[in-house]
Design a protein around this ligand. Structure first.
Ligand SMILES: NC(=O)c1ccc[n+]([C@@H]2O[C@H](COP(=O)([O-])OP(=O)(O)OC[C@H]3O[C@@H](n4cnc5c(N)ncnc54)[C@H](O)[C@@H]3O)[C@@H](O)[C@H]2O)c1
Length: 310
C-alpha cells in the first residue's frame, strides 16, 4: 500500500515492487495534484496495481489499508523551498496527512514505513540525535521541522498501538524515475546542463557537504524493509553518500564532458540562511558491489542519458 505512489520515489517503487516475489497486489492512493500521470505509463507489472485517485484526507483509509502487509506513506507537499514561503500550509497539511495515515494504520493494525529527511539535522549528524524527540534536532526549513513533528506522531502512536514502523531519514533523492522531478540539487543540475542553462548555485555553498540518496538505493532499502528484513521499529538515515557541492559538480562535469555539454554556473542568493553543512555516513544497509560514488555517478549518467535528445 503506497500513498503518493505516483511521485518521484513512488513511481520507482511501484515498478520495483510489482516484480517482487511475495507481493500480491500494490494499492496506490494519489490525488494526482502534481499531474504525474506519466508515472503510470508502460507498467509491465506481473501483479495488479490498483490506483485509488483520491486525496488522502477523503479516502476511506482504514478500509483501504485493511489486509495490507505494510503502508509506505509518501504523499506530502515536498518542496522545502516553497515551505519557506508557505510554512503553515506545508506543516499543517503534511501533519494532517500523516495523522490520518497513522490513525488508519492503528485501526487496521498495519505496519508503516515513513520517509523523513536528513534536513532534520541542523548540523553534522550526531548518533544521539536519532531519537525523534532529541533536542539536537531542529529542522533546516519549515518542511523539515514539520517532518520532525510527524516523526514524533508516528513514533508515539505506532508504539502505543504495538505496531511496527520504520522512519527513514532520506538524503536528497537523485536519479531517474518515471515520475521524477528536477527541483533538488543533482537532478536540477542535470536539467540545467542539458538545456544549456547556467547551473544555479547558492552563493558560498561550494564546500557545503550534503547527503544524497540515489533512487536505486532508496528503492532497494525500502524493498529490504518490506520483504522481510524489517527489524523492530526504528529510525535510520538513508544515504548513498555525503559530498561537498564542489565534488558533485566535478562528477557532473566529467559526465558532461563525455557528451560535449558545456557547463557554466551562476551564483544566486540562498532562500534561507540555514541550508547547513550536514555530513552523514553512507548507510550500512545500502551496501552494494558498486562504491557509493559510482552509484551517484550512475544516477547522474542515467538522467543525462534519458535527456540526451534535448
Ligand atoms: N525527493 C527528495 O529528495 C526527498 C528527500 C527526503 C524525503 N523525501 C520524502 O519522501 C516522500 C516522497 O517524496 P517524492 O520526492 O517522491 O515526492 P513527490 O512530490 O514526487 O510525490 C508525492 C506524491 O504525493 C501525492 N500527493 C500529495 N498530496 C497528496 C494528498 N493530499 N493525497 C494524495 N496524494 C497526495 C502527489 O500527487 C505526488 O504524486 C515525501 O514524503 C518526501 O517528503 C523526499
Amino acid at each position: 500500500m503506497i500513498t503518493g505512489g505516483l511521485g518521484h520515489l513512488g513511481s520507482q517503487l511501484i515498478r520495483d515492487f510489482s516484480t517482487c516475489v511475495g507481493v500480491d497486489e500494490l494499492v496506490v492512493v494519489d490525488n494526482l495534484a502534481t499531474q504525474r500521470y506519466c508515472s503510470l505509463f508502460d507498467l509491465s507489472s506481473p501483479v495488479p496495481i490498483r490506483l485509488i485517485e483520491s486525496d488522502l484526507l477523503d479516502a476511506p483509509l482504514t478500509r483501504v489499508f485493511d489486509g495490507a502487509a505494510c503502508v509506505i506513506h509518501l504523499a506530502a507537499l515536498t518542496e522545502p523551498e516553497l515551505s519557506l514561503k508557505k510554512p503553515r500550509e506545508f506543516t499543517e497539511l503534511n501533519y494532517q496527512l500523516t495523522q490520518c495515515v497513522v490513525e488508519a494504520c492503528v485501526s487496521s493494525a498495519t505496519d508503516l514505513i515513513f520517509p523523513s529527511t536528513t534536513s532534520v539535522y541542523r548540523n553534522n549528524y550526531d548518533t544521539s540525535a536519532l531519537e525523534p524527540g532529541s533536542s539536537l534536532l531542529t529542522g533546516q526549513t519549515p518542511y523539515a521541522a514539520g517532518k520532525l513533528s510527524e516523526e514524533r506522531l508516528v513514533n508515539e502512536q505506532m508504539t502505543n498501538a504495538g505496531l511496527s514502523f520504520q522512519i527513514l531519514r532520506l538524503g536528497t533523492l537523485c536519479g531517474f524515475s518515471a515520475g521524477m522531478r528536477f527541483h533538488t540539487a543533482i537532478n536540477r543540475f542535470c536539467w540545467q546542463a542539458v538545456n544549456g542553462q547556467a547551473l544555479t548555485l547558492y552563493d558560498g555553498t561550494r564546500e557545503l557537504v550534503r547527503p544524497y540518496l540515489t533512487l536505486t538505493d532508496a528503492s532497494s532499502l525500502v524493498g529490504q524493509l518490506l520483504l522481510g528484513n524489517r527489524k523492530d521499529s526504528s529510525v535510520a538515515n538513508a544515504v548513498t553518500l555525503s559530498l561537498p557541492l564542489a565534488s558533485v559538480l566535478d562528477l557532473l562535469e566529467r559526465e558532461c564532458e563525455i557528451r560535449s555539454i558545456p557547463l557554466r554556473t551562476e551564483l544566486i542568493t540562498a532562500p534561507a540562511p540555514h541550508m547547513n553543512h550536514v555530513f552523514i555516513h553512507s548507510s550500512d544497509s545500502l551496501a552494494s558491489q558498486l562504491e557509493p560514488i559510482s552509484r551517484l555517478r550512475l544516477a547522474i549518467r542515467e538522467t543525462l542519458n534519458r535527456l540526451s535528445r534535448i
